[in-house]
Ligand binder design. Sequence first.
Ligand code: 5RP
Length: 222
Amino acid sequence: MKAKKLTGEKAAEYIEAGMIIGLGTGSTAYYAIKKVGEMVRNGLKVKAVPTSKETAKLAAEEGIELVELAEVNSLDLTIDGADEVDPQFNLIKGGGGALLREKIVASATEKLIIVVDESKLVEHLGAFPLPVEITPFSWKYTQRMIEKFSCSSEIRKENGEIFITDNDNYILDCNFGKIKDPVKLTVELNKLPGVVENGIFAEMAEIVVVGYNDGHIEVLEK
Ligand code: 5RP
């Protein structure tokens, strides 16, 4: 909790007046959003693109001006969390189910800042099951196609029901084990019919802010 708060707040220091920023989703991005809210109430002028309905609600409650991605050409920076970060800054995201909008916003962003606590740092991606957003239409067919990549997978559920993303899709949580080539896997997965997007964010992050439980933070730059 403390580590997440520290890292979220540290990342907010990169925001400057007049910027268009992306706001991530999850319990670490939460603290960055709360900090941006405080900065806005103290006079900071920014516009923000949220990466989920949940984030849009929180940001609006914080008084942050929201814009649609379609209204802006690009974003100056985005602050988002991650489920795993490897030494090359490749990420697994989507534990919170917002990976599609998160990846679109990240790709439209000049500088992607990732905020994590130390538990998210890994040598290789893959211990955390890779979330893959798929279309509900014939999802079992898509699941079989994905499982040809030697992985097992489970359809994500919430309260016993299939989890529905903000884009009305489903999520498959896929156990690949150690992911040796994240760049290759993300390309291969996205070629499959029915796959909307996958949670590997390869070569996208510029800065990773890591919060440690003893209260210190580390800023890693590419
Ligand atoms: C949501 C995400 C989150 O950023 C990721 O799951 C990390 O969340 P948290 O900071 O709560 O651990 O990708 O889709």
